[in-house]
Design a protein around this ligand. Structure first.
Ligand code: EPZ
Length: 423
C-alpha cells in the first residue's frame, strides 16, 4: 500500500490552483443519467470517488471520456435490467456512500429498481432513512432484500417533504427524484450547501425548474421532457480542498495564494481563522493567506452550511494543537468523527475527548511519527500535522486521501513541502 513520507518543518509558500469540488461533481455525474443529451462537465477532479461514480453511470449505459479535467458524457446503450428491475449492484455502490444518489435518478425514470444499501464508515453509521422516508412520500414503496433497497412505484406524486435534519445527500436525492415529478415538490429544512446550488444549476440546464436552492426551502418542478441538446456545465471549486490548504498554510506559518476559489463558500472558516490571528485577503477568485507565529486558540461547533464544516474539523484540530491556549471543538454532524485525535496525540498533541467535544491544549510543537489514516479528512489533518511537525511523518492508508485530494503531493511540493509517495 502507498504511503506518504513528509519531512516536516517547512513553511508553505507560493501559489496553487484549487480543483473542482468532488461533492458537487458526484451528484452531477449521477444527474447526467436523467438526460440523453451529450454533457460536457468541466473542472472535474481526477479522484477515486469520481472514478467510482463514472463506473456506475457507465454500467447504466453512459460512455465517459476524459479530456484533461473535462468529461464528455454520451448515452451509448440502454439501461440493463434484471427482469423488471434496474439494478445498481453492490460491487459498484459499496465503495462510496454518495452512490446511493443513483436511487433518486433511477426512480425518476424507472418504476422498479434495486439499489445496494451503502454501509456505515469510519465517521459514523450514516443511515439513509431521511432519503427513504421522502421517497415514500413521493410515491415510491420500498423494502429491504439481501442488502438491497427494492423500490417499486406506479405514478410519482409531488408533495411537501419536511426533513428532520438538513441532510446534504437526502436533499440531493430528492431533487434528483423530483426532477421527474410533475408539479411542485417542496423540501423543507433542506441542506443549503453550495454543492446543492451547483446541482440545481445543472438540473436547470436539463429543463427542471428549481426555486430556493441555497435556502432551507427548495421547490422543484420536474421536467415533462428533459432537454436533449448539448449541455455544458463547470463544477464549482472545492471549498473543502480550499479550506484544507488555508489551514495547512496557517499551521506551517506560510504565505500562499490559492487561485480558482469562491471565497464566499469559506466565509465561516475565514472569519474564524482571522480571529486566530491569521492574515487573509480576498480578491476576485483568490485567497491570500499569511500566517502568524502566535496562533490564538478559538472554539468551533460544526454544523450544516453556512456553519463551520465538519469536513474541516479534523484539519482545524491540528491548528488548535499548535495554538496558544485551550480550545473546544464540538462535532454535531457525525457521531464518530474524532478518530484522528488519537493519531495527533501520538505526534505530541494534547487532546481530551468527552462525548462529542474535543478539548485541545496547545503545545509548542508536534513531532513526526508513523500514523494511520481513518477517513479522508482525518488524512488531510495528518498531512497538515506532518507538514508542521518536527522530523519525519509516515502516513499509512493514504487511499483515503486519493478519494478526495487531487494531486496532493504535487500541489504541496509546489508550495515547498518535502513530501513524497512511496509504493
Ligand atoms: C455529505 O455527506 C458529504 N458527502 C460529506 O463529505 C459531508 O461530511 C456531509 O455531507 C456533511 O457536510 C458528499 O457530499 C458526497 P448528510 P452526506 O446526509 O450527504 C445523518 C467528505 O469527506 N443522516 O448531510 O452523507 C448522518 O448520519 C464527506 O467529503 C441521517 O440520520 O451527509 C449524519 O450524521 C464525508 N439520515 C448527518 O445526517 C439520513 O438519511 C449529516 O449527513 C441522512 C443523513
Amino acid at each position: 500500500m502507498d504511503k506518504l513520507i513528509i519531512q516536516g518543518g517547512k513553511k508553505l509558500e507560493g501559489e496553487i490552483n484549487i480543483s473542482g469540488a468532488k461533492n458537487s461533481a458526484l451528484p452531477i455525474l449521477f444527474a447526467t443519467m436523467l438526460t440523453d443529451a451529450d454533457v460536457v462537465l468541466e473542472n472535474v477532479p481526477k479522484l477515486m470517488d469520481i472514478y467510482g461514480a463514472i463506473s456506475i453511470i457507465e454500467y447504466l449505459g453512459k460512455k465517459v471520456v476524459w479530456l484533461g479535467n473535462t468529461l464528455k458524457i454520451v448515452s451509448s446503450k440502454s439501461i440493463p435490467k434484471e427482469g423488471k428491475y434496474v439494478v445498481a449492484p453492490y460491487d459498484l455502490i459499496r465503495k462510496m456512500r454518495a452512490s446511493f444518489l443513483i436511487s433518486g435518478v433511477l426512480l425518476a425514470k424507472n418504476k422498479n429498481i434495486k439499489v445496494a444499501l451503502p454501509g456505515g464508515c469510519a465517521i459514523g453509521v450514516r443511515p439513509v432513512d431521511i432519503h427513504i422516508s421522502a421517497f415514500e412520500q413521493l410515491g415510491c414503496k420500498h423494502y429491504l432484500q439481501e442488502g438491497y433497497v427494492v423500490f417499486n412505484r406506479e405514478k410519482l406524486n409531488s408533495a411537501k417533504v419536511k426533513f428532520k435534519y438538513p441532510s446534504v445527500g437526502a436533499t440531493e436525492n430528492v431533487m434528483l427524484l423530483a426532477s421527474g415529478i410533475d408539479g411542485e415538490t417542496i423540501i423543507e429544512n433542506a441542506a443549503q450547501e453550495p454543492e446543492i446550488v451547483d446541482l440545481a444549476n445543472f438540473l436547470k440546464k436539463i429543463g427542471v425548474k428549481i426555486v430556493g436552492d441555497g435556502s432551507n426551502k427548495i421547490s422543484i418542478y420536474g421536467a415533462k421532457k428533459f432537454n436533449n441538446t448539448k449541455i455544458v456545465h463547470r463544477i464549482i471549486p472545492d471549498r473543502i480542498e480550499t479550506g484544507t490548504y488555508v489551514i495547512a498554510v496557517s499551521a506551517t506559518k506560510g504565505e500562499v495564494i490559492l487561485k480558482n476559489v469562491i471565497f464566499q463558500h469559506n466565509k465561516t472558516l475565514i472569519k474564524k481563522l482571522k480571529s486566530c490571528g491569521i492574515k487573509i485577503f480576498l480578491e476576485n477568485n483568490s485567497i491570500y493567506i499569511k500566517s502568524t507565529k502566535k496562533i490564538k486558540s478559538k472554539n468551533i461547533v460544526t454544523s450544516p452550511y453556512p456553519g463551520f464544516p465538519t469536513d474541516l474539523q479534523a484539519q482545524f484540530m491540528v491548528l488548535m494543537s499548535l495554538s496558544k491556549g485551550k480550545s473546544v471543538i464540538k462535532e454535531t454532524v457525525f457521531e464518530n468523527r474524532f478518530v484522528h485525535a488519537a493519531e495527533l496525540q501520538r505526534m505530541g498533541a494534547n487532546i481530551r475527548i468527552k462525548g462529542n467535544s474535543a478539548y485541545i491544549y496547545g503545545v509548542e510543537k508536534l513531532i513526526g511519527c508513523p500514523v494511520m489514516v481513518s477517513d479522508l479528512r482525518a488524512g488531510a489533518a495528518l498531512v497538515i500535522a506532518g507538514l508542521a511537525a518536527e522530523g519525519k511523518t509516515i502516513i499509512n492508508r493514504i487511499y483515503h486521501l486519493d478519494r478526495g485530494y487531487e494531486m496532493l503531493e504535487q500541489k504541496l511540493s509546489k508550495l515547498g513541502a518535502n513530501i513524497k509517495r512511496i509504493k
